[in-house]
Ligand binder design. Sequence first.
Ligand code: FAD
Length: 522
Amino acid sequence: MAVALPSFLTAIMIMSRLMAFIGITRNNDMSSKLQALDIAPKLSYDPSAIESASQDFGHIVKAVPQAVLLPSSPWDIASLVNFSYSNSVPFSIAARGNSHSVNGQAMAKNGVVIDMTSMKNGNGTGIRIASDGSYADVGGQQFWIDVLNATLGLGLTPVSWTDYLYLTVGGTLSNAGISGQTFRYGPQISNVYEIDVITGTADFVTCSPNNNSDLFYAALGGLGQFGIITRARIPLEPAPKRVKWVRMLYTDFSDFTRDQELLISKNGRNDNKALNYLEGSLLLDQGSLDNWRSSFFPPQDQPKIISLITKFRIVYCLEIVKHYDGQTKTTVDKDLQQLLKGLSYLPGFMFEKDAKYEEFLNRVHSEELKLKAKGLWDVPHPWLNLFIPKSKISDFNDGVFKSTVLQRNITTGPVLVYPMNRKKWDDRMSAVIPDEEIFYTVGLLQSSGFDDWRTFEDQNKEILLFCEKAGIKVKQYLPHYTTKEGWVNHFGSKWSTFQKRKLQFDPKLLLSPGQRIFNSNQ
Ligand code: FAD
């Protein structure tokens, strides 16, 4: 079986392409069958629903589905999947969280897109907190901001976040869910006790490390390929009240990364003296000082920061957070001083803020509102997110930040650079990371005009080519490949398991076709 697997999958892929082709010619046939289903009233063919399901935050890819399902319970989803699975001409199905992908990953050309957020008003799992406060059961359609608000109401909180909270639980768990907490608590996929999944064979499965573990590990970081996550059980801890939030500036990259690595070496989950969050970013000549990640620097200090950037063209900004509450209020400053002792940031370039915990976590939203008001949010986002082994991060700085980025002089959005610890990830899951114990995430989170996004895509290609030539074994986060070879390289030693799991849980290749892993016709 192991030997026959690739050719079996190839045969299925050819079949699926053929069926997609036949499917196009049989749209009307499928629509009439769909209309006979119980869920027919929940299927929308409304042009505005179709238009919105054909786009995402990237505004680069467009793929038009035949219909949009507005489910009110997981059973509606199971019913749709079952119908497609049993049909002589199956059609593709994509769960759509908040559609904050940037390369069409939540789209389904000629298929059906499931608008997961419609379950917020239905009978699916909303947000239920265990009576002992140890976990929350959360619907896959919930936004993380809703999870934060619901848990904070009881003085509790999840521990692993994304920078931006208007993303769905199912959407981030299908990737990994990373932020400044990852070095200590692991990604969001490392912080899940149990999930409910509707597979590509329409089975409704509850899974965990001890129960249907194959599906549990497949679906976490699984890019939506194995099933639709309708519930996740997320561990909770007591919530802090406030945070000390600090940014320090560097002009020397090796000082910057050495300090980052020193700070993340203290990473015990229960080590109260460790930091709670660590990230880093580039301040660039052509970028604005306060981009959408947060307004931070005090106005009176901005002229000296700007002249530093003008002089050096790239300034590195290390960002950390330490939580505190009523009990630790009197000791937090001393603990922070202890942690920052001996660091090599530029004297006079340390800036500190004191903020409410939720204000810090929801920091991107206020910037989103400002950009929306200026019409700068719903624009193309030619993003590139990479994981880079620690041993090559300095080569990356020289070859990308100091060469490509400065020469092209087009990067305008945030550029993130921060390290994580591999041991906080679980290799049994589908998510892919570099082999080294410490690796960096680099995110070029660029915005462009509707006419010039290709220039940014060209820069992204140049960066990837540089890495290939320089032997920097990067892994893409939120990966996007257009060839099978690209995917095989991406998954590396995990590819055969990934294929095997696809065959087991979605043998007709129905789910999340917009990832273009098995359905390159999308
Ligand atoms: P969608 O884009 O709707 O879907 C993503 C993929 O998951 C698709 O393939 C879809 O079919 C599938 N999917 C969706 N829901 C489910 C489900 N319930 N079950 C199974 N599959 C499903 N990511 C980080 O890790 N850290 C960050 O700090 C971060 N910040 C971001 C900030 C912004 C402004 C944006 C736009 C994105 C950011 N992201 C970040 C990326 C984000 O996590 C991913 O793009 C994520 O997929 C978006 O979630 P979504 O709910 O919009 O998912």
